[in-house]
Design a protein around this ligand. Structure first.
Ligand code: DC
Length: 225
């Protein structure tokens, strides 16, 4: 594939819709790079919390970006996130980090500053970009755009299993409440709210397993429609 043939596959959707695992599968199948943009917001939130920053204050969160040293290294299955040269994979997946990420992600100046970093992940042969605003704001010209959704009950169950597998405790009722609260915040913020791009294909993953969703998305890409 020529460098000029490189393209972006944008996969957006709310937490627990299955877009993270789908993005890993699609990137692997295509041999593409992967951007987990949620991890960038989570890393920022983690650093902001370490510094005792008020997450509601845009100027305080922006200041954290002055010295924001992150990188991702290839792991066995998933890539490993580093903050200031420390492996923070476990802290990053915690619910409290996701919640804090959703708070720092509300600030439009923060989102703007992170655009360049996110776009730098696009390199030949191509990129699978996972997030909330990949198809609408970060990569509006993405060749393929998918928006994954699933019922809140299914998403809470998936999150529960994920946390259990990581050895973390959780209650399904609490997870459902947290997901509803985070959806509300992500969908109703003024800066790049969570919403499907007009030209996105909406995929409801409630009744499909990961391999079925992966097949659906890959066949769409292979047929180029
Ligand atoms: O996908 P995730 O759960 O790791 O994302 C954590 C939070 O980061 C999510 O609640 C909203 C925010 N986020 C965002 O605003 N824009 C993105 N492109 C990705 C994540």
């Amino acid at each position: 594939m020529q460098a000029e043939d490189a393209f972006v596959v944008a996969i957006d959707g709310p937490g627990g819709s299955g877009k993270g695992s789908l993005s890993v599968n699609v990137a692997q199948a295509l041999g593409f790079h992967l951007l987990d943009s949620g991890a960038i917001y989570r890393l920022l939130a983690l650093k902001a919390m370490q510094q005792g920053v008020d997450l509601e204050q845009e100027s305080e969160v922006i200041a954290v970006l002055d010295d924001f040293n992150i990188r991702f290294e290839a792991g066995d299955e998933l890539s490993i996130p580093y903050l200031d040269d420390r492996d923070v994979a476990e802290e990053l997946r915690r619910e409290e980090t996701g919640d804090a990420a959703s708070k720092v992600a509300r600030h439009s100046a923060v989102r703007k500053q992170l655009l360049g970093l996110q776009r730098s992940f696009f390199k030949p042969p191509g990129l699978v970009a996972d997030g909330r605003d990949m198809g609408t704001v970060v990569f509006p010209k993405a060749r393929f755009k998918f928006f994954l959704c699933a019922s809140i009950e299914i998403r809470a169950q998936r999150r529960y299993k994920q946390l259990k597998n990581m050895g973390l405790s959780a209650s399904i009722a609490q997870l459902q409440a947290d997901i509803a609260e985070r959806d509300e915040r992500d969908q109703n913020r003024s800066a790049s709210p969570l919403t499907p791009a007009e030209d996105a294909l909406i995929v409801d993953s409630s009744l499909l397993d990961l391999s079925q969703v992966t097949e659906l998305v890959l066949s769409h890409i292979r047929h180029g429609d």
